[in-house]
Design a protein around this ligand. Sequence first.
Ligand code: ASP
Length: 323
Amino acid sequence: MKNHKRREFLKTTVFGSGLVLGSCSFTSNIKHSKKEDLPMVISTWNNARANAAAWEILSRGGTALDAVEAGARFVEADPDDQSVGYGGRPDRDGHVTLDACIMDHLGNAGSVSFLQGIKHPISVARKVMEKTPHVMLVGEGAQQFALSEGFRLENLLTENSKKEWTEWKKTSDYKPIINIESHDTIGMVAIDKKGDIAGACTTSGLAYKMHGRVGDSPIIGAGLFVDNEVGGAAATGMGEAVLKSLGSFLVVELMRQGMSPQEACKEAVMRIIRKQEYQNIQVGYLAVDKQGQCGAFSIQPGFVYASKGTGGNELVDVLSYVK
Ligand code: ASP
């Protein structure tokens, strides 16, 4: 997340308790633990404007599924967000390849990956969920399906992203910078007025990745998982580390076994710490339980999430393993 964007949000936070450490809350750590506080929406990074798009639907009594799709679409359409959708940074060969997935409260799931030329992969993922007998379509097949559903082919490589890629090619030095260069993926979970939970995750993946690389974001259980009896979770950061531990499913399952969202996110991060090289990577988990209580944890400092509920907006600074 670009720091200036984050600062801007902090300045304009309406319900003014500023930054909260640890779990999601407007006035206390468990503000969302009561049902009356629903609906609500949370998303990775400083995606307050995406939350606002989701909130428009939630506040009118709309479904969590419609809300997370709208939130994800907002970021996908934004050329200034270079980690998602239109304007996303390309792979090392200059192709913008997109990954997204969506889950509803019934446990239905849809996903697309390695999708090119379609601005709203999240909506294609939803169509996969609703109109096919499958969960996941990739590459050319996903694109063909999108076209058959009326989506248009577009050039998603903006001048800005192209310029940066051309610069990068001079050295072709592949070193994702923690928190900034490659991690702005939006993972969003919403609970609607009825108490139903849905989630969405959408990304252009790691900047300058190998052509064909797919990360955690479109993989159900890795980048996102929702279980309407328990809660939902989303991941951001180095997708390879999340894939190896199936992080979002793990977080939700740990909540099912009795952990709070905060404890579950921390334990999922600790699984990576114990088994993988974590020193130079970032992974952040964000979760909400059925009651609307939130939690998050990351490997490195710098991960934030945005929440919106009946009490207003909040940008939450997340606790991390590395201090
Ligand atoms: N998780 C994404 C990926 O590995 C990257 C991100 O979070 O920005 O593709």
